[in-house]
Design a protein around this ligand. Sequence first.
Ligand code: NAP
Length: 342
Amino acid sequence: MAPGSIDAAMLRALELGRTVLGRTSPNPPVGAVVLDGDGQIVGEGATQPTGGPHAEIVALRAAGDRSRSATMVSTLEPCSHTGRTGPCTAALIEAGVARVVYAVSDPTPEAGGGALALRAAGIDVQPDRYADEAAAGALRAWLFAVGVGRPFVTWKYAATLDGRVAAADGSSRWITGEHARADVHRLRGESDAVLVGSGTVVADDPHLTVRSVNGELAGHQPLRVVLDRRGRTPATARIRDGAAPTLVLDSCDPGQALKVLYGRGVRSVLLEGGPTLAGAFVETGLVDRVVGYLAPALLGAGPAALGSAGMTTITDALLLHVEDVARVGADVRITAVPRRKD
Ligand SMILES: NC(=O)c1ccc[n+]([C@@H]2O[C@H](COP(=O)([O-])OP(=O)(O)OC[C@H]3O[C@@H](n4cnc5c(N)ncnc54)[C@H](OP(=O)(O)O)[C@@H]3O)[C@@H](O)[C@H]2O)c1
């Protein structure tokens, strides 16, 4: 096989995994590629929506007879359990694959152990290829969620350069430009659920769906969730239409809400609420990533992006590590994660 073929195949598999982000939970978004003896791609695939085949099965089917003596390159260790579908390890053994190269080991007790089963069948197994890239890519939220037992939470907000998310009169629409708004729709599409508090529903009546720039609804929609302790979500609220599934939760603190969502198969949440709910999530240590869109505009008054989060002195500040800074149209997007305390 030509040098570099497996690297190129893994990069392709990582890309394939990203194409199904937000559509596979509770299964992981995996990409897989089958290479023949000359290093040519003869099949590829990504995990299909829940209940559908895993990436390896899609790739094997595409390769057909050419899977015999081939190399399977996958972003995750092939599963060895029977869930809604059969074990991938059995399909790989039956197809006569000679070698399996994967990035990340499956940490779940139910599906892990695939490498052992494959080796026992005489297949050459090579783990940990591009493991860091895979763990930081499409598998990030899923790996976090199955490790911790709750969904990965990204808090997203749009603010003026002086940190206001709404004007003093309460108006808040279109703080950022169309490119930033399109980017938010991408983030939504990659999430299993979008979450707001009743305050945002009452103030803005958002639809919280994934739409294209010309307003068309995407084929797949995340679960819309409202935390509403006092039943303030109107019966006529736009989030109650049939465009996407919706869940209105009462009497839930952030931790309980995430537990409920995890139980429903949600592995990633986009928190799009206002300052009050964002404060409650930050205070309880339940924000795993912050995506702030900053518009080159000043308001001077109006609510700040983050409400009370239980911090009263400078040493209480939640310190973040900036992962990325990007210009999105006329606006700036900053992505940051809490610094590890070690
Ligand atoms: N620019 C942006 O990115 C952006 C995004 C969203 C909102 N906004 C703006 O923010 C303003 C609304 O702010 P907001 O803070 O009222 O919105 P919010 O944070 O979405 O909703 C707050 C409400 O959520 C409910 N809630 C349910 N469970 C909660 C819990 N565990 N902890 C705290 N609250 C909980 C509370 O009402 P109950 O007690 O009735 O349940 C609370 O008043 C509007 O002006 C809106 O336009 C801006």
